[in-house]
Design a protein around this ligand. Structure first.
Ligand code: CA
Ligand code: CA
Ligand code: CA
Length: 1019
């Protein structure tokens, strides 16, 4: 890396040395820039950053309320383990859920739980049976979970046992399929804390939530079975078409409640302006074509556009049929552009349009209300886009109109759910006896063998373990598994390729239980327990990985990984947001390779120009375009062999040529308009896009060499060298890199002399990929120091008081890194969008880069700032928010992790290297490679350095190794053993780095160890 610089620094640095030192000292800081240069961090606070074996954090009381650890498989929906051990959200039914554009997500709340489920510990003593549900009312409840294992402890002084519940879903790096099971496991450990023998067991229950969203609009039955055979004990919930009863009378004639064919609304009452005096006669002025209504009239609240609102309410009528059918179109805003059924003034059914002018049939199953008086109310209280509703032909009928719902087995929420016990359990009649004796709270639970019931009825089925005798102080663990199977996602689920029902999934998980729990605990121990990194930091950096198991991510039936930016919003695995996310690429490279191959160089790729549509469309984002080349190189490095690069190289090259085209004159600076992740365009040369471009050129050069395309490699190198030199010449202000732009021409969204936190994004990337420095190291270090100096505030309050953010992702009193500030020039009110905001993704990106540059304390301070903001007293620690929940950018955290280990890896070449940035004299941490993962350990004293690569899972093919050694190791002797056998090698030592080449490629397998001894030699 320094090799490049001997040339460039030679003729650049000398001429800039004056500037470099000249403006760094005695800089005038703008009075409004209230971010302190001296952060005044207390010694105690700084010390805490480095505390290695700090206690596991234990949360209790109010803190439990915010916690929601994603606990289902990767890309199988979003199921939360709440702080008290109950389950929340239950977004497993393929409904599109969008939780809001960010600011609304950064609030303190308890995740809801729309599906009834749970566990209770059962204790028999002196012939009496007691049961106590595992929830926040137990007594003392504590959460000590670390992803992917959530642990909740329960005790109560008045109760003779204490309980620990651990909940997890298989999460095994490099094994994407077993990490993407629609399943959650529960190990419930009961300990007898009394002084007498007790009989103990566990009761588990689960509501049948199949057709949870469609229940009120379909004719169906739910079915629940409790299977209690030798070797299996489970609840199976399904749904089925309701049979037409034999000998039933034919359907009664329909009653038309309203056809809206008159000149006025008759006895319907109107409020507001949106409905006018009578029904509309079709499309209204400035409206798209309205179709699908019957006759000549309908309700259409586009009268006067989307602005006006109001209500239209029918007189009371009797529900004298089983269904209400109607036509609905227009806006899709739940509760705001809708039609409601009211009984006693309460909304019991509701429906909206789908943001489409076409009216379509919809129906409500109202069997349960037959004979009651009701009213229909049409509501328009939305004035933004699609702020209107279209309604026609409301009928009472004994038959549902086949509308948008179709056959029930094609509905998104059709499928199955299972709760299984991993051992033989109590027979249903015994369960019923327990239910009958434990109190009123259990009255809602059923334990019938096999029962079908109307789909609108909510029912929970229960099963129980046998009770076992526990002596005082003794423990017993009971294991349950919850599984689900809802295959009707618009793009299908990968899991549906492997399973046909929730029962199938449960069988698989229980059959493979020992292997799955073995691998998960192995990862848990390797990453958390056997690491010398601070525990709080390990927690923080891994918690964002749980975003993979949320609504943000999908893994389609055709094998393609696809994602929103945050839960439910901003489609298309956005190239520029995913530029930051390193976690999935390092943990499940298979997923990222599918996104490259099927999206970036597949559906989203324009063969003619090389454009990578940044949302799989045909739109250009300059940062995303360059980032795609970097990601392609990373995905290649995380492969075991060459086919990925070979298949994709022609398109990778074309994608890079597209950026070279935007540069225009091969000088290595992109001057043209650059749309980017701040949802704006930068104009003129800048190092945000520019550093990504230069890093992409370097990646292109390396890939071209590997592909034997020397000519392209040379071209990349030439443009890179020019860009690197010109950047320093034109964009260096003495302390950091600025942007050259004509503000007269481009007054909005630029930063000019501002200090942009992301200004060295591409340099951070270059380190991640082992590409070395793209600008002279001293400039890079100085610029990063300036980001720390000017953009990180120990309390964001004072700065945000005058410079208000568009959205608040940090509150007064909390630390944070601002997107962009203007410490030395007038504040640009019209500058970079989101300038005054704090994004965890940028914070991790910057922190990761700081670690590579040796700014470890600053990096940890930034990460700890995030840790403080996401303390459960305020926010769900597993849900880092940006434009929506579980924002993908936050997975930049893994870049901090790899930086701390100084990790370098190239799978196809068989190269691995480490340069620990924290306690290199005694270091240990997990690493992941293409086909295996394990633990790396390093010990160092004044004469000797020992490296130990212990493979815990899979295999690792090696041909070369690299390690950082102290500066005073001028000459070394290297000896290597693999699985105890000596290995021949050669080595080079340069600039504190030993590069070792093995005499031949070797593969170490699970539980084998490679040891390297580097002994200092005195010349
Ligand atoms: Ca009509
Ligand atoms: Ca309106
Ligand atoms: Ca240019």
């Amino acid at each position: 890396m320094t090799r490049i610089w001997t040339i460039i620094i030679g003729f650049v640095v000398c001429s800039f040395l004056v500037t470099f030192h000249g403006t760094a000292e005695g800089v005038e800081i703008r009075p409004g820039h209230v971010i302190p240069v001296d952060k005044k961090l207390s010694q105690e606070w700084v010390q805490r950053l480095f505390e290695r074996r700090s206690q596991r954090e234990v949360y209790s009381g109010k803190e439990l309320e915010t916690i929601g650890m994603p606990i289902g498989g990767v890309a199988t929906g979003q199921l939360y383990l709440r702080g008290d051990g109950t389950l929340g959200l239950w977004w497993i039914f393929n409904k599109h859920i969008f939780t809001g554009y960010g600011a609304t997500c950064y609030r303190t709340y308890r995740p809801e739980s729309p599906v009834d489920s749970g566990f209770a510990v059962v204790v028999q003593k002196d012939g009496k049976t007691f049961a106590k549900p595992l929830n926040r009312d137990f007594g003392t409840v504590e959460f000590i979970g670390v992803y992917p294992i959530g642990i909740v402890r329960y005790r109560d002084d008045g109760f003779p046992v204490k309980v620990a519940l651990s909940a997890w879903s298989p999460f095994i790096p490099l094994n994407a399929k077993d990490s993407a099971l629609p399943a959650t496991l529960f190990n419930i450990i009961i300990e007898n804390t009394s002084d007498t023998n007790l009989q103990v067991g566990v009761l588990g229950w689960l509501e049948n939530a199949v057709l949870i969203h469609s229940a009120k609009a379909v004719q169906a039955l739910r079915r629940s079975r409790v299977i209690n055979d030798i070797g299996q004990n489970l609840i199976v919930h399904t749904a089925e078409k309701a049979p037409v009863p034999k000998g039933a009378l034919g359907p009664r004639p329909n009653i038309v409640l309203a056809d809206f064919e008159g000149q006025d609304y008759g006895d319907w009452k109107v409020s507001g302006e949106a409905f006018g005096k009578g029904p509309a006669k079709g499309t209204l002025p400035r409206q798209q074509n309205v179709i699908g209504f019957l006759g000549k009239g309908l309700v259409n609240t586009f009268l006067g556009g989307d602005g006006p609102g109001g209500t239209l309410t029918s007189s009371p009528f009797e529900i004298s049929r089983k269904f209400i059918n109607f036509l609905v179109g227009g806006g899709g805003h739940a509760g705001q552009t809708c039609i409601n059924l009211l009984i006693d003034g309460k909304v019991v059914r509701t429906a909206t349009g789908k943001n489409n002018e076409k009216l379509e049939w919809y129906f409500w199953n109202v069997e349960e209300f037959e004979g009651k008086a009701a009213q229909i109310q049409v509501v328009d209280k939305f004035s933004g886009g699609w702020g209107h509703i279209n309604i026609d032909q409301i009928e009472l009928s004994d038959e549902p109109q086949k509308g948008p719902t179709g056959p029930i087995d094609k509905l998104p929420d059709y499928g199955s759910m299972v709760l299984a016990l991993a051992e033989n359990g109590a027979a249903p009649h015994d369960v019923r006896r327990i239910l009958a004796t434990i109190g009123d709270w259990a009255a809602k639970l059923h334990a019938e063998d096999n029962v079908a019931y109307p789909v609108t009825e909510r029912r929970s089925a229960a099963l129980a373990t046998h009770t076992v005798e526990l002596a005082p102080g003794a423990k017993r663990v009971f294991t349950f598994v919850l599984t689900w199977f809802f295959p009707n996602h618009p793009n299908g689920h990968e899991y549906a390729n492997r399973f046909n029902s929730a029962g199938d999934v449960a069988d698989y998980v229980l059959d493979d239980y020992d292997r799955l729990i073995g691998d998960v605990s192995k990862w848990y121990k390797t990453y958390y327990e056997h690491s010398t990194l601070p525990r709080w930091l390990l927690f923080r950096l891994h918690s964002t990985v749980s975003n993979l198991a949320t609504g943000t991510c999908q893994w389609w039936k055709n094998g393609r990984f696809w994602a929103w930016e945050g839960v439910g919003c901003c489609a298309g695995t956005c190239t520029h947001v995913w530029n930051y996310a390193h976690a999935p690429a390092r943990l499940f490279p298979e997923l990222e390779r599918s996104a490259r191959e099927m999206q970036d160089f597949g559906e989203g790729f324009d063969e003619k120009s090389g454009l990578v549509g940044f949302r799989s469309n045909r739109a250009y984002a300059a940062d995303g375009q360059c980032g795609t080349v970097l990601k392609a190189y990373r995905e290649h490095q995380m492969s075991a062999d060459y086919p990925f690069l070979k298949r994709n190289w022609p398109r990778i090259k074309k994608a890079l040529e597209f950026s070279i085209g935007r540069d225009g004159n091969d000088d290595g600076l992109i001057e043209s308009s650059q749309h980017n992740t701040y949802d704006i365009n930068f104009e003129g040369p800048n190092t945000f896009v520019g550093s990504l471009y230069l890093a992409a050129l370097r990646a292109g050069e390396e890939m071209a060499k590997e592909m034997g395309d020397e000519q392209f490699a040379k071209r990349c190198r030439k443009i890179f060298e020019s860009g690197s030199r010109l950047t320093v010449e034109r964009l260096w202000d003495g302390e950091y890199f600025i942007q050259v732009v004509d503000l007269e021409k481009h007054p909005k969204h630029q930063y000019v002399k501002g200090c942009l936190s992301d200004q060295l994004f591409g340099q951070g990337w270059a380190h991640q990929l082992g590409l070395g420095y793209i600008y002279p190291p001293e400039y890079v270090k100085k610029a990063l120091q300036s980001v720390w100096k000017y953009n990180w505030a120990p309390d964001i309050g004072p700065y945000n008081a005058t410079h208000k953010p568009e959205r608040w992702f940090a509150r007064s009193g909390e630390p944070g890194l601002f997107t962009c500030t203007w410490p030395k020039s007038p504040y640009l009110a019209a500058g970079v969008r989101y300038k005054n905001e704090v994004w965890t993704g940028i914070e991790y990106q910057v922190a990761g880069h700081m670690v590579w540059e040796g700014m470890v304390e600053e990096a940890l301070a930034i990460c700890h700032g995030i840790h403080e903001r996401y303390h459960p007293a305020k926010h769900n620690p597993f849900n880092e928010v940006e434009c929506g929940d579980h924002y993908a950018r936050a997975m930049a955290s893994w870049g901090v992790y790899t930086a701390l280990t100084g990790y370098e890896y190239h799978g196809p070449k068989g190269h691995i290297g480490f340069a620990p940035r924290l306690t290199p004299e005694n270091f240990r941490a997990a690493f992941t490679a293409a086909e295996g993962w394990g633990t790396f350990a390093q010990n160092r004293d004044s004469r000797m350095q020992r490296e130990r690569i212990e493979l815990r899972w899979g295999r690792l093919a090696l041909k070369s190794l690299a390690f950082a050694v102290p500066e005073n190791f001028q000459s070394v002797k290297v000896s290597i053993t693999a699985a105890g056998k000596p290995i021949e090698s050669e080595h080079k030592l340069k600039d504190g780095r030993v590069e070792i080449t093995l005499s031949k490629k070797l593969t170490i397998s699970e539980d084998q160890v490679l040891e390297v001894t580097i002994q200092r030699q005195d010349r």
